[in-house]
Design a binder for this molecule. Structure first.
Ligand SMILES: Cc1cc2nc3c(=O)[nH]c(=O)nc-3n(C[C@H](O)[C@H](O)[C@H](O)COP(=O)(O)O)c2cc1C
Length: 198
């Protein structure tokens, strides 16, 4: 049985087109792998906090004492242990919504998701793959202005998750384009990727 961690950063919830890609991934994986378990984190429900002066100090003191089992690291340990990670987030301000960045702040810690070695930092996460799902208002795929997918790919590698896959619907807010057709094509890509992943 594989443990899959699902991070839902779809701020618009039921209206969200990115959430539709996530639903397709969960439906496809669910029918292909009924034995897998899916832990779903809906970031909009979690009241996540970015580090401030006091909480960062608290975090660093716990890390210095090696207290990796402290409640503060529960999200990081959960991420570290997952066999695969699915992340769904819309393209916002050339990247991802702040709530996803705050989640990443919460899981990124020396001794939890990476370690320091004499050769530099090394990811220690168990996951074999990360699947990133996004939709973008404009057309940005493959340009240097698209910093959502590229950022998530870097995060994946940093945490030691070697395989990164992404499916995107590009240009869904461009009035001249057929949004329904763009979504259909992205949904097919999601399905194909899910079939490929095991
Ligand atoms: C706060 C915010 C920021 C956005 N920033 C961008 C952007 O930088 N570039 C872009 O092409 N679209 C941008 N969009 C449009 C979204 O990428 C697009 O509508 C996307 O499909 C939203 O996903 P959702 O339907 O899952 O909410 C933004 C939308 C919002 C609400």
């Amino acid at each position: 049985m594989k443990k899959i961690l699902v991070i839902d950063a779809c701020v618009r919830r039921s209206e969200s087109r990115t959430k539709k890609l996530l639903d397709k991934a969960l439906e496809t994986f669910g029918s292909l792998h009924p034995d897998w378990s899916f832990d779903i984190l809906s970031l909009m429900d979690m009241n996540l906090k970015y580090w401030n002066t006091e909480t960062l100090k608290e975090r660093d003191e716990l890390l210095a004492k090696g207290q990796y089992d402290a409640p503060l690291f529960v999200l990081g340990r959960q991420f570290q242990q997952a066999d695969g990670v699915i992340i769904a987030a819309p393209f916002w301000d050339l990247s991802v919504p702040a709530v996803l960045k705050v989640y990443i702040e919460n899981i990124s810690a020396d001794g939890i998701t990476f370690i320091a070695t004499e050769n530099g930092l090394k990811g220690i996460c168990n996951g074999k793959w990360m699947l990133f799902l996004t939709t973008r208002g404009g057309i940005w795929e493959g340009t240097d202005m698209e910093q959502g997918t590229t950022y998530m790919e870097a995060v994946s590698r940093f945490f030691g998750i070697q395989k990164f896959y992404a499916a995107a619907a590009d240009g869904v807010d461009v009035a001249e384009l057929d949004c329904a057709a763009i979504m259909q094509s992205a949904l097919r890509k999601v399905e194909e990727l899910c079939i490929q992943l095991c």
